[in-house]
Design a binder for this molecule. Structure first.
Ligand code: 9WN
Length: 457
């Protein structure tokens, strides 16, 4: 099946039931593992997508997922990228809670026994919280509970977005700075190659990777050289005791991440809806509206006319990061586009560099364009397609009124899940499932799509 061919996929009638089984299988009561063995903890942005899946099975359980995550929020407002599962034996996931030592090093970290990393991930949480509300309303289910949940979560979301708009954007650029590729959620994307190459790895204590015990084909995971840099960056964050000002002064990896920033814009719009619902003060609403505008202006400064994509910017060098990845479509997620920018972005999306590539098994966006010299079809974020990314872009296309494109993307993405199962990521040409199986957010995306057939467009 080529990208240009219209598809009429057959979706097995038990797909939603199988997706629900995946979530239930990974459910540890109050929170959900990102995957059964490879990711045995609670991951921040996985959790938000997972909550959307739960909303279709049990709205209260969906709310609980986010509540548990936000219980580990730092005093700075940061929502940590991983909340560790105390039942996981040391070494089963690396780097583990002891390695990060966040409570020991930072007064802003949550108190023991809650243990987290000292990084964050893209802020999809307000989007998820609003989606839970929409699902609850549609189902006519316990909307008082859902409203109380949003009222309780609102100040936490506000503190989270404030953290990102201040500590992570001291320049007031509207763009969020990340300290580590793990913060982007797209760990070994070629987006980070140049900034990582400039990092000199110092005296790193010996370590054993746990991921390769679960994914034995090394080509699917980041390389050892990348891992050395990931860990060296953690080492430096620890030496700075996770203090933002110190990190900003000395850290060698500081990058303005356009997809992260665009997600923050969309999340701020969701937060405005929540603010309205919970009757938040006008001053909050004015602040959030400023963040939305500033974010869109920041993204405008990252536009690359030749590529027809938005590019990250390296804070240390001031230079744009020239790559062709799915992150380049960030303005579609942020919304508020003028017609020229919208036309250019959609042309890039439809082009042979992305959805129009003739060899794609399903017309869903590869993480890195096959036209980028660093494209690798089996290697993690260097080419494979990611089901929850399909969800994010489907949601974004719908939000900006591109209903026909959204409908096609949903159909292709569901066909992919029907064919490849609940894989973490998928080889774009052959459709081979890669990484972990039974990945929670893949199941959540399926549940959301299948629960709302009328949502197709
Ligand atoms: C590091 C859990 C996470 C996702 C990320 C994905 C991967 C972790 C890893 O798995 O990252 O955070 O160990 O590779 O890149 O997006 O949140 O699913």
């Amino acid at each position: 099946m080529s990208a240009g061919t219209p598809t009429a996929p057959t979706i097995p009638s038990d797909l939603a039931a199988r997706a629900a089984e995946v979530l239930r299988g990974n459910d540890l009561g109050g929170w959900t593992k990102a995957a059964p063995r490879l990711y045995p903890h609670q991951w921040s942005w996985d959790s938000a997508f997972i909550a959307i899946g739960w909303a279709h099975l049990d709205v209260r359980r969906a709310a609980e997922e986010l509540r548990t995550l936000f219980a580990a929020q730092w005093a700075t407002g940061m929502v940590p990228h991983i909340v560790f599962n105390p039942a996981v034996p040391p070494g089963a996931y690396f780097p583990d809670a002891a390695y990060w030592a966040s409570a020991e090093l930072s007064p802003a970290a949550p108190q023991l026994p809650v243990e987290t990393t000292g990084l964050c991930q893209p802020p999809v949480h307000a989007i998820a919280a609003w989606r839970i509300w929409e699902v609850a309303q549609r189902a006519g289910e316990a909307t008082d509970d859902a409203r109380a949940f949003l009222a309780d979560l609102y100040p936490k979301l506000l503190a989270w977005h404030r953290y990102l708009s201040t500590a992570r954007d001291p320049e007031g650029s509207g763009l969020v700075t990340i300290y580590h590729p793990w913060e982007s959620g797209a760990d070994n994307s070629p987006r980070w190659d140049a900034a990582l190459a400039a990092v000199t790895v110092g005296d790193l204590p010996p370590y054993t990777r746990a991921d390769l015990r679960h994914v034995t084909d090394r080509s699917q995971r980041p390389t050892d050289a990348e891992y050395d840099r990931y860990l060296w960056l953690v080492e430096l964050l620890k030496r700075a005791r996770y203090d933002e000002v110190a990190v900003y002064r000395s850290h060698p990896f500081l990058v303005k991440d356009v997809l992260f920033s665009a997600i923050l814009v969309a999340a701020n719009e969701a937060l405005l809806q929540i603010a309205e619902l919970v009757d938040a003060p006008d001053t909050d609403r004015a602040t959030i509206t400023d963040w939305v505008e500033r974010g869109r202006q920041g993204l405008n400064t990252c536009w690359d006319t030749d590529l027809g994509l938005c590019l990250d910017r390296d804070v240390r060098t001031g230079q744009p990061v020239v790559t062709r990845t799915v992150a380049g479509f960030a303005p579609l997620v942020a919304g508020g586009l003028d017609s020229e920018r919208r036309t250019a972005l959609l042309a890039s999306l439809d082009s042979r560099a992305f959805l129009g590539h003739p060899d794609l098994r399903w017309a869903v966006p590869p993480s890195t364009s096959p036209h980028d010299p660093r494209f690798r079809p089996r290697s993690y974020w260097r080419g494979p397609t990611w089901p929850f990314m399909n969800w994010l872009f489907w949601w974004a296309l719908k939000r900006i009124g591109e209903h026909e494109r959204a409908r096609r993307l949903r159909a292709e993405a569901l066909a992919q899940i029907a064919g490849a199962g609940f894989a973490e990521y998928v080889e774009p040409f052959t459709g081979e499932p890669l990484g972990s199986g039974d990945q929670s957010w893949t199941a959540a995306a399926a549940l959301d799509w299948l629960a709302n057939p009328d949502d197709a467009a």
